[in-house]
Design a protein around this ligand. Structure first.
Ligand code: DC
Length: 223
């Protein structure tokens, strides 16, 4: 039998990555965080003084130089930009906003989607992002649109960052999230939207454990 692909899409802060990570661990699947890839491209632009919105051509010209890799360790997935472990740095708000801006660039999407499809060929995967169900893995056996109200998403992101010792401001997070929701949903290429054949999972009233159980149940149905 071939490998199983699980595709999970949804807006920022819906809990996709923590839920996907936990479900992947429980089922022995490989978790692939595609948002981290967009974040890494944004960090490259920031580090190299490239203004993402006004110097798009410059960024596109450098795309082939950018080396992003994911390494799996006992503590989970680590993201590398060239030889640097950027796993923590890419969670900061400047990179979050930058990631949403690089994600509108078709050339960036093309490069990252190729990488993502390649990764899904050799393992059972849970891949999360914005366009996974509809575009990256249209043949995934399980498709989920994971969402929650915008207030609870902002609060969860705030708690997550605070827990990691990252200083942040709830109001700013909510504003950035609204900017990203709009940007991600309105863009011309592969906008964030629920695929017709994806199961809607609204976790506003669900605990983290309940959300993980629900995702596991959906996956177990196809195993
Ligand atoms: O899931 P995240 O917050 O780490 O994603 C960061 C940004 O990357 C998000 O604002 C939109 C973009 N993104 C995307 O366009 N397509 C994906 N598959 C994943 C992320």
């Amino acid at each position: 039998m071939g490998y199983i692909s699980v595709a999970i899409d949804g807006p920022a802060g819906a809990g996709k990555s923590s839920v996907s990570k936990a479900a992947a661990k429980a089922l022995g699947f490989t978790y692939i965080d595609t948002g981290a890839m967009y974040r890494s491209v944004a960090l490259y632009a920031i580090n190299n003084g490239i203004d993402i919105k006004n110097e798009t051509a410059k960024l596109i010209n450098r795309l082939d130089e950018i080396k992003i890799s994911i390494k799996y360790t006992d503590e989970g997935q680590r993201i590398y930009l060239f030889d640097s472990d950027v796993s923590e740095r890419i969670r900061k708000e400047d990179v979050s906003v930058g990631a949403s801006d690089v994600a509108v660039i078709p050339e960036v999407r093309k490069k990252l989607v190729e990488l993502q499809r390649e990764m899904a060929k050799s393992a059972n995967v849970i891949m999360d992002g914005r366009d996974i169900c509809s575009y990256v893995l249209p043949n995934a056996q399980v498709k989920i649109f994971l969402t929650a109200s915008s207030d609870s998403r902002a609060k969860r992101r705030y708690d997550e960052l605070t827990e990691k010792g990252i200083e942040c401001d709830l109001k700013k997070i909510k504003e950035d999230m609204e900017y990203r929701d709009k940007n991600d949903s309105m863009r011309a290429v592969a906008p964030l939207q629920k695929a017709e054949d994806a199961v809607l999972l609204d976790t506003t009233e669900m605990s983290f454990e309940e959300s993980v159980e629900k995702v596991k149940e959906l996956i177990n149905n196809v195993l």
